[in-house]
Design a binder for this molecule. Structure first.
Ligand SMILES: Cc1cc2nc3c(=O)[nH]c(=O)nc-3n(C[C@H](O)[C@H](O)[C@H](O)COP(=O)(O)OP(=O)(O)OC[C@H]3O[C@@H](n4cnc5c(N)ncnc54)[C@H](O)[C@@H]3O)c2cc1C
Length: 299
């Protein structure tokens, strides 16, 4: 994956991230514009664009995981281990004995449980609200776009935070593009048109070869953002209710650590050392997590 830098500030910050990654045993490289061109020949590195490319961070080992394959594989393995997966079953309320949660009301009936774990991503606030809990998150639309099919021309994921677009090419041939969240809060599962226009302008600026490509499909999902761009994996003030949310635009790649530490928290009624700093109470104590660049979450 190439993450482009377009200003001196971008260059300083990107080089710092490369070095920080290396110090933590993660491979990363800093490339000059000419080296960027060698990795991705169709990229415009000329100085005739709004923000000329001044270099890029590069992770040659990075890859793309197919989210539906991963979700189904996890579901199958969980099912084999005895987990009941119930689809099309909306939680509509919580059951309590005193201050302790003892189950959920659903569109398919009541389910009793010793412990309840909430992982509803963009709808976390809505579901937590049913238990009388207010979460420190905001829900925003995040959209993605795909083009018609092309011959393979684009070898890696290219991302630019500055002109703001990411572009990759799927195996089938379509370009997959996106950018950041739409700035307004909302639950409508579609993005605003100006968001699409801005991403397309940035994509064509970086890749003039795509000027005549057609966008075939756009869609939007709802992502849950926190003010320190880090997730919440935590106990809650409600006895035996646990929450995993705030993953924003990056919760897919965080899934293994997220699931592992959440399971530990639920089983032991206390966090694993890895997720202890990601507790809900940081928004009261002010011990926010200062790792915007390193977080799985990119909002
Ligand atoms: C367009 C787009 C692109 C993205 N790209 C990336 C990316 O490149 N890399 C990355 O790492 N992440 C990406 N993300 C973010 C990632 O998809 C999320 O962070 C991740 O899916 C969250 O996983 P989750 O299991 O917490 O929630 P989800 O996978 O969203 O699952 C939550 C579930 O809760 C269900 N639910 C909601 N309310 C109720 C209710 N009342 N009762 C019962 N069930 C309910 C929902 O139906 C849903 O199935 C992207 C998101 C979007 C929208």
């Amino acid at each position: 994956m190439l993450n482009l830098a377009h200003t001196l500030e971008d260059v300083r910050e990107s080089v710092r991230r490369v070095e920080a990654n290396k110090l933590n045993g993660v491979d990363a490289e800093w490339l000059s514009p000419q080296e960027v061109k060698e990795v991705c020949p169709i990229l415009n590195i000329g100085d005739d664009i709004r923000y000329p490319v001044m270099g890029a961070t590069f992770q040659p080992r990075a890859g793309i995981a197919k989210h539906d394959h991963v979700a189904w594989a996890l579901a199958r393995r969980a099912s084999e281990l005895g987990v009941d997966l119930i689809q099309n079953c909306e939680v509509t309320g919580f059951l309590f004995e005193g201050d302790r949660v003892t189950g959920v009301e659903t569109s398919r009936g009541r389910i009793h449980a010793g412990k309840v774990a909430l992982a509803a991503a963009g709808h976390s606030s809505v579901v937590a609200g049913l238990a009388g809990l207010e979460l420190p998150i905001q829900s925003h639309p995040l959209q993605a776009l795909v083009s018609e099919l092309f011959e393979p021309v684009h070898p890696t994921v290219v991302m630019s935070n500055h002109v703001h677009v990411y572009v990759s090419q799927a195996h089938k041939g379509e370009l997959v593009m996106g950018a950041g969240i739409d700035q307004y809060v909302g639950y409508g599962q579609r993005g605003a048109f100006h968001g699409i226009e801005e991403q397309m302008a940035a994509a064509v600026e970086l890749f003039p070869i795509f000027a005549r490509a057609h966008v075939l499909r756009t869609w939007g999902g709802i992502v849950d953002t926190t003010l320190d761009a880090s997730p919440i994996i935590s106990k809650t003030p409600v006895d035996q209710l646990y929450v995993n949310c705030g993953w924003g635009t990056g919760g897919f790649k965080g899934t293994p650590a997220s699931g592992y530490t959440f399971a530990h928290t639920i089983a032991h009624d206390e966090p694993h050392p890895l997720n202890a700093p990601f507790a809900l109470d940081r928004f009261e104590t002010g011990h926010l997590i200062d790792e915007h660049g390193a977080a799985a979450v990119a909002h």
